[in-house]
Write a protein that binds this ligand. Structure first.
Ligand code: PEP
Ligand code: MN
Length: 341
């Protein structure tokens, strides 16, 4: 980090500033030029409050030269992280497909879909028990009854399960969930992220963190950092489309997020083409693009009766459409040198 000082800063004030920074355990490198005087801060600058520094009357500007995320940063962890759960590995050479209904609606619906997606090659089952809906009048999910059905489907199929948490008060209820999903709307719920890092950290339960609707890559990685800083480094990043001016798709899938995230971080990156597209026919082309761009997996919504789905029917594939997609996905993933089981 570099602090640029205003011209004619008084020596006394400069000394006080250097002392304050050094008290944080950092080394300072003072360099007085003809026109500009700069102070280089050397060490772990994650705890430096840039705004407070900028508020100092002798400071002209402060520039970060390294990223504010450390644990999520590839610079300090060059090898890819592989997240493992229930015998399934995600990351590096391991490509996985997570599939299931947007929301769990009944035992019959969930078991039909779970068995179908397993048969087609999905390795993790996903279903929403608690749904974050824009309207309080929309179906909110079967909640605890939905969670019970999901655990039954896990027993029935042997597939590890993924489901979304809404708040930190639910952590104990999610004890038998294999991967806890943090949805786009909760990406910056810092209390929840901290709680997942700490409470679940002892078990190192994987967290699937979705990118917020309008969040930058840096903000996304800082949210992962919140979980990791608490001691849980099993984080899977999920790009699910961002808000843009385009209205013909539900969200715009940010394909560039894949190489960017993989360059900046060692964490596995998966793509959710269903919420990006919002339209079933577009899920397959986006899934293909994700594989080509280097994703470590996909999360896809499947429904046995999309027309009558209680949530996200328009973007849900039928089991037959999912099966067709899976044939293609397996071929392409193995062409990219990845294992899909
Ligand atoms: C979901 O995964 O069903 C969901 C609500 O997604 P997102 O948080 O990406 O909107
Ligand atoms: Mn959905």
């Amino acid at each position: 980090m570099v602090v640029i000082l205003k011209p004619n800063a008084e020596k006394q004030q400069v000394t006080a500033l250097l002392k304050a920074v050094e008290s944080l355990g950092l080394k300072t490198n003072y360099s007085e030029g003809q026109e500009t005087t700069v102070v280089g801060l050397v060490g772990d600058t994650t705890r430096v409050d840039i705004d407070a520094l900028k508020a100092n009357e002798i400071v002209e500007d402060v520039k970060r030269i390294s990223e504010p995320y450390k644990k999520a940063n590839r610079r300090f962890h060059p090898m890819d992280t592989i997240v493992q759960t229930g015998g399934v590995k995600i990351g590096e050479g391991f490509f996985q497909v997570i599939a299931g209904p947007c929301s769990i609606e009944s035992e019959e619906q969930l078991c039909t879909i779970a068995q179908a997606v397993k048969k087609s090659g999905a390795t993790l089952l996903r279903g929403g028990a608690f749904k974050p809906r824009t309207s309080p009048y929309s179906f909110q999910g079967l909640e605890m009854d939905g969670l019970k059905l999901l655990l039954e489907a896990k027993k029935l199929t042997g597939l590890p399960i993924v489901t979304e948490i809404m708040g930190q008060d639910q952590i104990n209820d999610f004890a038998d969930v294999d991967i806890i999903q943090v949805g786009a709307r909760n990406m910056q719920n810092f209390r929840l992220l901290k709680a997942l890092g700490q409470a679940v950290g002892r078990q190192k339960k994987p967290v699937l963190l979705k990118r917020g609707l309008a969040n930058t890559i840096e903000e996304f990685l800082m949210s992962a950092e919140y979980i990791m800083a608490g001691g849980n480094e099993n984080v899977i990043l999920c790009e699910r489309g961002i808000r843009t001016f385009e209205t013909m798709v539900r969200n715009t899938l940010d394909i560039s997020a894949i190489p960017l995230l993989k360059q900046q971080s060692h964490l596995p990156v998966i793509i959710d083409p269903s919420h990006a597209a919002g339209i079933a026919w577009m899920v397959k082309p986006l899934a293909k693009a994700a594989i080509a761009a280097g994703a470590d997996g996909l999360m896809i919504e499947v429904h046995n009766d999309p027309k009558n789905a209680l949530c996200d029917g328009a973007q849900s594939l039928t089991p037959a459409q999912f099966d067709e997609l899976m044939q293609d996905v397996k071929r392409r993933a193995s062409f990219e040198g990845k294992e899909t089981a």
